[in-house]
Design a protein around this ligand. Structure first.
Ligand SMILES: [Zn+2]
Length: 452
């Protein structure tokens, strides 16, 4: 009898430990990888080779940049997004303002412009950067009709979660199963917003995304190629959408869940590399060199260092959007993660983005003096940085003039110092930027600045 109770107790505690682990996995990335592995066992090998190729390409480009032989990637990629809102209750039918707020936060995060960048520890500041990827709500649907980028569908389903272990169905992606069939996934990033919460369950899967998987010439039986797979896209629980959503679960109020999931959609792994168990954690990497090796998920940002690296040991980068320490910590993608995502857009999700040459950011105004202004266009709510580089110590007056001729900002800047100006209290539109020498009162530079 005692023995039976003991066995039951052991079974019960291992069940609890498993439940705890799964419950804490707010992101369904591993489940998606497992799903793809079933039909394509070569996925992990292909992914590892992809990361090697990307890092190799990154260092070649860096080397070229140092030698001034090739300019860096100056293309901005803009991805059209459609939100499919599936609702059974009014609160699930989220207001457009939440979607707009989510798009703003997504763009600020991918452009390294959130105010949360102040959280980044000095050790990681140099590796954070603008991914040069932007997102816009689709304006034209697949039939050529105008749209606001949101579809709304009533569903009989009260949840898309299957059980208390965070398992979920993919029914949200099929109109005939209570969901909404994707718009052409080679042209739109499909985002399904629905209820992922099992009734009365606190911990849950808040979101998941399909990683890019189609190697060139990769044919496999039993499935379609993943760029055309109608399940391609991002799924998020409705209350994660928008900043300070009143129904947000726990402290999940910073709209970071979708930022994390879009990272997966564009090819990023978790910072700990998704080792199958913690004891192997430090031997499995995320394939990106400028994210420190990390043993497993971090849920807090207290300076932990879970893997010792033989060269250049750094603490875990809990500031990274691809860790689990999202709200209160996360504030950056690294430069190499940005490179990885652009690589995916160039090689694997090629039809998705619109490509635009970014505005030049450096202006040579005399043989020894340059004005650097970036980013331009700047997002409303972001900051624009101005630097004037000159061998002499000089002082300049920088002013921003709106279309009515009204001077909205005036700042004095010394040469070789960076000035950041926050753009949240100005309207979107075109502005003239004037730079005047304080020594002789002459204008040394004029240009157009755009607030988007
Ligand atoms: Zn994830």
């Amino acid at each position: 009898m005692f023995k039976n109770i003991l066995i039951l107790f052991v079974l019960f505690t291992s069940f609890l430990a498993k439940a705890q682990l799964i419950d804490n996995d707010f992101c369904g990335y591993q489940k998606e990888v497992d799903r793809i592995l079933k039909r394509n066992p070569q996925l992990l090998e292909w992914q590892n080779n992809l990361y090697k190729e990307v890092m190799n390409e990154y260092f070649i480009q860096q080397n070229n940049k140092r030698n001034f032989t090739v300019s860096t990637d100056t293309v901005t990629y803009t991805i059209p997004v459609v939100f499919h809102v599936l609702y059974n209750s009014n609160s699930e039918n989220i207001d457009f303002s939440y979607i707009q707020s989510q798009m703003d936060e997504l763009n600020l995060a991918f452009n390294h412009q959130t105010r949360d960048t102040q959280r980044i520890r000095p050790i990681f500041k140099p590796v954070g950067g603008d991914t040069k990827i932007r997102f816009v709500l689709a304006t034209v649907d697949p039939s050529g009709n105008q749209t606001n980028g949101v579809t709304r569908t009533f569903t009989n389903k009260t949840t898309f979660s299957l059980n208390t272990f965070g398992q979920y169905s993919t029914d949200m992606k099929y109109t005939n199963r209570g969901g909404k069939t994707a718009w052409d996934p080679t042209k739109y990033m499909n985002v399904w917003i629905c209820n992922m919460r099992f009734p009365n369950q606190v911990s849950m899967t808040l979101g998941f995304a399909t990683p890019p998987t189609n190697a060139p010439n990769w044919n496999f039986t039993g499935g379609t190629k993943d760029t055309t797979d109608l399940e391609t896209g991002v799924v998020c629980h409705y209350s994660t959408i928008g900043k300070n959503h009143p129904l947000a679960i726990g402290n999940n109020i910073e709209a970071k869940t979708m930022v994390h999931e879009v990272g997966h959609y564009l090819g990023l792994r978790h910072t700990w590399g998704d080792a199958p168990n913690t004891s192997q954690g430090c031997s499995v990497d995320d394939g990106i060199f400028d994210t420190p090796n990390t043993r497993t998920r971090n849920y807090s940002c207290t300076g932990q260092n879970t893997c010792t690296e033989s060269i250049d040991d750094k603490p875990d980068m809990t500031e990274n959007y691809m860790d689990y320490s999202l709200d209160g910590c996360a504030a950056m993608f690294t430069k190499q993660q940005g490179f990885m995502m652009r690589f995916v857009l160039n090689k694997l999700r090629t039809g998705l983005p619109k490509r635009e040459i970014a505005f030049d950011t450096t202006y040579i105004i005399s043989p020894n003096t340059t004005v650097k202004l970036y980013p331009n266009p700047v997002l409303k709510g972001g900051s624009i940085n101005i630097e004037i580089q000159s061998p002499q110590k000089s002082e300049f007056e920088v002013s921003l003039i709106d279309m009515n001729g009204k001077q909205v900002i005036t700042k004095n800047i010394r040469s070789n110092q960076k000035e950041s100006v926050l753009m949240d209290s100005y309207s979107t539109g075109f502005y003239a930027l004037l730079v005047k020498s304080k020594e002789n009162g002459k204008f040394v530079h004029k240009q157009i600045v755009v607030i988007e």
